[in-house]
Design a protein around this ligand. Sequence first.
Ligand code: BV8
Ligand code: ZN
Length: 238
Amino acid sequence: MLEQAAFLRDRLQKSRCTVVFTGAGVSAESGVPTFRGQDGYWKNFRVEELATPQAFSKDPKFVWDWYDARRLALHTKEPNLAHKKIVEWEKQFGNVHVITQNVDGLHQRAGTEKIHCLHGDIWEIRCTRCGISERNVEAPLSHLPPVCACGGIQRPGVVWFGEMLPQETWEEAERFCSCADLMFVIGTSAIVYPAAGLPMLAKSRGCYIVEVNIQPTELTPHFDLFLQGKAGEVLSQI
Ligand code: BV8
Ligand code: ZN
């Protein structure tokens, strides 16, 4: 049993605002590849080739092939113990807010209600001509790239490198991290900005920060507690 379990439950109980900040590692035990691990998405690609507006305008079908494959793979994936424990905290302690970099929708499928998706949602597609967004869970997509009723090509509803994060979502995330007294940073390499700046924003306001990761990250030295291990295994002990 995790020796800090009782301490962390007490902190969760007393917290006025808890933020759970997650990255791809929280979905790893669901079988979803991370971005930078040895089995990661990026191992065979360069970011510039895929997750940028330039790549999409150059070859929308090539980019859609990758997103279509990820959506298809996600169809057989389920939320894991980590996602479920976070839902339990939200129900039990109330003021728990999830801020995720993930686009896989697994937090939502697990039942998380108070969630802020900084990098969008792979199940949203948005028209590049009229801007209309729609939820589309078809996998594989019958037509690549998908086309809007207005005739415009539709893109994945995610935030690519070089693109601004959704303004309102970003501002909400900053607000919650500014007032959080407890933050769990789970399964992120803390490489992608501005998202990776949120834990240090919370830290600057005196927040107690717990990191859960299979290995230390660049930010580990700045945090109050580092719990080494798989997210599902560690969280289920708290
Ligand atoms: C922006 C959606 C302002 C798409 C993603 C040059 C020009 C423009 C911008 C930049 C530039 N140089 C740098 C930047 C900023 C850039 C950036 O940060 N680049 C990085 C690579 C240095 N950021 C941006 O461009 C952002 N926008 O800055 O706008 C702007 C605008 C115009 C001009 C200038 C500035 C937008 C970034 C959003 C990119 N979109 N995703 C998609 O998913 O396809 S990012 C992508 O990385 C995912 O969202 C992912 O979540 C995110 C972060 O990765 P992680 O989640 O941390 O995943 P990773 O694999 O890295 O790590 C997994 C971790 O889990 C590891 O630590 C591992 O140890 C751990 N783990 C593994 N298994 C487990 C585990 N932990 C626990 N349990 C386990 N079982
Ligand atoms: Zn359209």
